[in-house]
Design a protein around this ligand. Structure first.
Ligand code: GLC
Length: 795
């Protein structure tokens, strides 16, 4: 069953049946003022923190309520409905609904009873308030009188948990006021007011473009004894002009529209955490409602479509195009900006950036906006401790050079993280490499950046110390110790257990560093010897002919041997053996074949198999999950990106694309009830074959899947592989494709790329024609590129 379609031209996903299997959501604004809005207008808003700056109430994991509701009432008949299908939920045979989720805006269009409504939700560029524009059109041939009620449910205070549970306090600190065009919520009104009498904690809900006909700031009065599907004020046709004093605040404003046949009208509800003066100024700014909103929407679209413009592909597979061009790319920006701050799964409790997550997220936007990526990369380098490890959690208030670390109680108390993870700082290597390769800015390596606690060093020095951290935390076999976790948060191997995944990451880091330190022969020698030794250990201790094991427990027992009954085959060591360039061609063939055979399912590759049930060990925390779920044998989606990349690097285009398709959200568009979450965004994992719900996906939007699958598609399948010297274009595509085209901006130059696959190969192109001149496949030096380039890649 499908609930909507991709409109690639508008870069929208259009939901035509609002009765979706889960609240399909979109992101508006930024964490400075963030808003999540669903197909039925559910969701919440916050300032800076979803947990500590919450403005709108939302009940997680329930009925997608409350939301940014707009009720419409026919004043002649008393019949009422909502501008989103729910909360009133008129029968869908009489109510038409279209929800257009776009790049940071959502428009919900409904048609009922001869009235068309178009409600546009957005946060203007750089602003910290939100707009709900309401346009109504009379589609009938008689005059209609329609009442419009806008409703939002304020929290009683900014800490969302306090709002929900500490009622003996929170109910008694808030009141509402009415100021002609808006309602204002006061919180702790007399606590440290500023000279102008405001506190900075006020929220407002205003109306522009129409006159307020009635209002209430009391939820109890708006709803009466009913729920959101039948609010008393809407039943009655007016609010009672009451205000809240002790109790539940809300914003409810009514206006009336008289519409001649064919006539349209536009007004806007406005919302934010603003003082009385700011609120008035904002409402006044929207007096010319339609014009102001149009202008702001155009600005938003221009910004976002501009961010997505550096790569545009046209392949035989429309779902692939829409994911790469729009949805996966937009999701990468959302994870880049929002980290794991707030979604319908994350309540906003994480008070900082996870190290690995963030360094990975940066990779997802590298091909689109490398300079924006660099800013965050520099920030993450400044969160590296002087000994080279990454801080497990980088506080939002991070103050480089002055931070405490997991060695200190104060850090542990503030963050809850007592120890380092083996992999965190190793993600810097591919990320720094990708930045330098995309931009050619090798001088970045000499840029000085402070460490988190003390010392300052160049980027190169930061990377050296990261290697040093790994090399001073080795286990008995000479491989990196697993410490608190490697990529897998559920694998706690401690100071003596060892991780093959991290060993391959370290090997890759050593290879990358050779290129970054070419002028330091002594250091290069060290890197060479270390890499050679590490590879020898990996081959001698960890290779079982058809797979690499996952590592060693603290007591030396092997994890992931083919002799084991459970968890005998793991995906990441195989993909990373290839990505790191550690595996020989022969090994690569063998291990990728085993991965396909033992782990692949119709919905992607399971992270390991069989799931732990009985034969686990203390550090295998994934045993807590049901088999086939998350790290316990689920189809963890981030590793799909690595599998795609590994297959593509081997020139296995058929399999790379197959893996993309199996787990791609868009592939589930016509089987949306199976996947449950949005067919336009990646989730953290998909349930595996051991679950009765194989194919169901979870933890939407904020997940490392976005960046990793993006890299798998861009570097892997499309084969766009920048290097410091230039760019290699080496697609790995389904054999049946005749070819495809790409428009790519690389270092400010335009590349018009045509891939000619009349030979019907799946990888490893034969030659390249650059501006009419034939050359061997391989890196095209950047200095041979013109402002505009015609490039044909002949497979
Ligand atoms: C979650 C975490 C991520 C971790 C992964 C695997 O996605 O956010 O940091 O690598 O799980 O455990």
């Amino acid at each position: 069953m499908n609930y909507g379609y991709f409109d690639e031209k508008a870069r929208e996903y259009v939901i035509t049946n609002p009765n979706t299997p889960a609240p399909w959501a979109n992101y508006l604004g930024s964490p400075d003022y963030g808003a999540i809005v669903t197909v039925n207008a559910g969701g919440y808003s916050f300032v800076k923190s979803g947990a500590a700056g919450r403005i709108l109430r939302y009940t997680f994991n329930q009925f997608d309520e409350p939301g940014r509701y707009i009720y419409l009432r026919d004043e002649e008949t008393g019949d009422f409905w909502s501008a989103s299908w729910k909360p009133v939920a008129k029968p869908l045979d009489t109510y038409k609904s279209e929800c257009h989720h776009g790049t940071s805006y959502t428009e919900i269009i409904s048609e009922y009873n001869g009235i068309r409504s178009r409600v546009l939700y957005y946060v203007p560029m750089g602003a910290t308030h939100e707009v709900w524009r309401v346009s109504l059109e009379n589609l009938t041939d008689r005059e209609r009188k329609i009442s419009v009620f806008g409703y939002c449910e304020f929290t009683t205070e900014s800490l969302y948990t306090q709002d929900l549970v500490n009622l003996q306090y929170t109910q008694f600190i808030t009141k509402t006021e009415f100021h002609d065009t808006f309602l204002l919520e006061q919180i702790n009104e007399f606590n440290y007011p500023r000279p102008d009498g405001t506190t900075g904690r006020e929220r407002f809900f205003g109306l522009a473009g129409a006159k307020v006909a009635s209002y209430t700031g009391r939820r109890e009065q708006f709803l009466g004894r009913s729920r959101f599907d039948k609010p008393q004020a809407v039943v009655d046709g007016k609010c009672d002009n009451s205000l809240n004093y002790n109790g539940n605040p809300c914003g409810a404003l009514q206006f009336s529209a008289a519409l001649k046949p064919g006539e349209k009208t536009t007004a806007a509800f406005l919302l934010g955490q603003k003082t009385v003066f700011e609120a008035k100024e904002i409402v006044d700014r929207y007096a010319q409602t339609a014009e102001t909103v149009d202008k702001e929407l155009q600005e938003l679209i221009a910004y976002w479509h501009g961010e997505l413009a550096n790569l545009k592909i046209t392949t035989p597979d429309k779902n692939f195009d829409t994911m790469v061009n729009t949805w996966n790319a937009f999701q990468c920006f959302i994870t880049f900006v929002w980290s794991r701050a707030a979604s319908l799964m994350y309540c906003g409790e994480r008070n900082g950036y996870g190290y690995r997550d963030t360094v990975q997220d940066i990779q997802g936007i590298m091909h689109l906006d490398p300079e924006l990526a660099r800013q965050q990369l520099t920030f993450m380098l400044s969160a590296q401790v002087h000994h080279g490890a990454g801080l497990p959690l980088v506080k939002f208030t991070h103050n480089a050079g002055h931070e405490d670390t997991p060695e200190q109680d104060s850090y542990v108390k503030a963050t809850g993280h007592p120890s380092y993870r083996a992999d965190d700082a190793l993600w810097l290597f591919p990320t720094v490499y990708k930045y330098i390769a995309e931009t050619g800015n090798t001088a970045y390596l000499d840029e000085e950046i402070p460490f988190a606690d003390k010392d300052v060093g160049t980027v190169r020095e930061h990377l050296k110390r990261a290697i040093n951290f790994s090399m001073t935390h080795l286990g008995p076999h000479g491989m990196p110790a697993g410490l608190h976790a490697d990529w897998n948060d559920c694998l706690q191997l401690g100071a003596k257990g060892e991780s093959t995944f991290v060993a391959f990451q370290l090997y890759y880091a050593l290879i990358i560093m050779k290129e970054f330190c070419a002028n330091e022969p002594e250091y290069v020698k060290y890197l060479d010897e270390t890499a050679e030794n590490l590879l020898k250990i990996l081959n001698e201790q960890c290779f079982e002919g058809d797979r690499f094991i996952r590592g060693f427990r603290e007591d030396g027992v092997v994890i992931g041997s083919k002799k084991d009954n459970e968890a005998n085959m793991w995906l990441n060591p195989q993909s990373w053996a290839v990505i790191s360039r550690g595996a020989t061609a022969e090994q690569a063939e063998a291990i990728l074949n085993t991965a396909c055979e033992k782990l692949n399912t119709p919905y992607g590759l399971e992270v390991m198999q069989p799931s732990y049930r009985y034969e686990y060990f203390e550090g295998a925390r994934m045993r807590l999950f049901n088999p086939g779920t998350k790290e316990n044998g689920g189809i963890f989606c981030q590793p799909q990106g690595w599998a795609i990349l590994a297959e593509a690097l081997c020139g296995h285009g058929n399999r790379a694309f197959q893996y993309f398709q199996e787990s791609s959200p868009a592939s589930f568009n016509d089987d949306a009830d199976r996947r449950v979450i949005e067919p336009y965004v990646h989730g953290q994992f998909i349930e595996g074959h051991e679950s009765p719900f194989a194919g169901r996906s979870h933890v939407h939007w904020l997940t490392g899947t976005a960046s990793t699958v993006m890299v798998g598609c861009v570097e892997g399948i499309l084969g766009l592989r920048p290097t410091p010297a230039g760019i290699e274009i080496s697609p790995a595509i389904p054999q049946e494709w005749d070819g495809f085209t790409m428009e790519k901006v690389f270092r400010g130059k335009k590349l018009h790329i045509t891939v000619d696959n009349s030979a019907h190969k799946e990888g490893k192109p034969a030659k390249v024609i650059l501006n009419g001149v034939e050359r061997a496949a391989g890196v095209i030096p950047a200095d041979e590129l013109r402002e505009e380039n015609d490039i044909t890649v002949v497979m």
